[in-house]
Design a protein around this ligand. Structure first.
Ligand SMILES: *[C@@H]1O[C@H](CO)[C@@H](O)[C@H](O)[C@H]1NC(C)=O
Length: 264
């Protein structure tokens, strides 16, 4: 009874977005009063898989609008992932490095306990972001994340590049826009400094810095991200072929990789 009342109150005080995504679980977004500066993308309540890993997401320009990547993130969530984007829906201004840490703390408090997060697995959290948001994702490298996704981004701080890269422990994937991407040179330098005992993949699709996030379902960047979360986050090997058997190249990505055998 108490739980039902809580559930009704929680619905009444949350905002819900449009349903979509190409994955097996229809996804949408919602807000949560416990995390007011974020937008939560997840499968609709009756379609939760047995276990849902978590993706923390930082927007381009470190924007505080959690809907900036709505199509792309809805598609990712429809794979059975809960995505927590920096910024509430329609939020203004900028996020900072603390916001992903706030989201992670909230995940650890609510996963497995609070409706509708009973099936959230706080032991499987990845961090990713686009452009400025990618730098926010790097900041999570020492927080126990099981994957890092760098989208059209790279470290801006050349003085600390070697030290920061030496601290990367989780598989790290780069989704870049080719030589005309303003972050291209930084990502190339970062990639070369990934420690030898860490799995890494780098793809360049020649579309420039903006990627394809605003296309339906996030376009080719959306499809690449779907395969990434399937394999690295959900441990579903059906995502692996995109990276290891030419799927990305057939989609136009120029790829390099190291030690992908370390990913289970
Ligand atoms: C949300 O963001 C605003 C603006 O940055 C900040 O003042 C406020 O403290 C944040 N709220 C929470 C709960 O973190």
């Amino acid at each position: 009874m108490k739980l039902t009342l809580f559930a009704i109150l929680s619905v009444a005080t949350s905002v819900f977005g449009q349903q979509g995504g190409t994955g097996p679980y229809k996804a949408w977004y919602k807000t949560d009063p416990g995390l007011p500066n974020h937008t939560i993308y997840l499968p609709v309540p009756d379609q939760h898989p047995a276990s849902m890993p978590v993706l923390l997401w930082g927007n381009g320009a470190c924007s505080a609008n959690g809907l900036d990547f709505q199509k792309f993130l809805t598609n990712v969530a429809s794979q059975g992932v809960i995505v927590i984007a920096n910024g509430r829906p329609g939020g203004q201004g900028s996020s900072n490095n603390q916001w992903m840490h706030d989201a992670l703390r909230w995940v650890r408090q609510n996963a497995g306990k609070t409706w509708p997060y009973e099936r959230v697995d706080a032991s499987r959290v990845a961090a990713a972001g686009m452009s400025c948001g990618g730098v926010e994702a790097y900041e999570m490298r020492n927080s126990g994340v099981v994957g890092i996704g760098i989208f059209n981004s790279g470290l801006l701080d050349g003085n600390n590049r070697a030290r920061i890269m030496s601290e990367v422990k989780a598989p790290i994937f780069y989704f870049m826009g080719g030589p005309s991407d303003i972050a291209y040179q930084n990502a190339e330098q970062d990639y070369r400094l990934v420690p030898g005992n860490v799995a890494s993949w780098k793809g360049n699709l020649n579309v420039g810095h903006g990627g394809t996030y605003q296309d339906n379902e996030g376009g080719k960047f959306g499809w690449a991200a779907v395969n990434w979360v399937k394999w690295v986050l959900r441990q579903d090997v059906s995502g692996r072929a995109f990276f290891t058997e030419g799927g990305a190249q057939r989609d136009g990505w120029q790829v390099e990789s190291k030690r992908l055998d370390l990913i289970r």
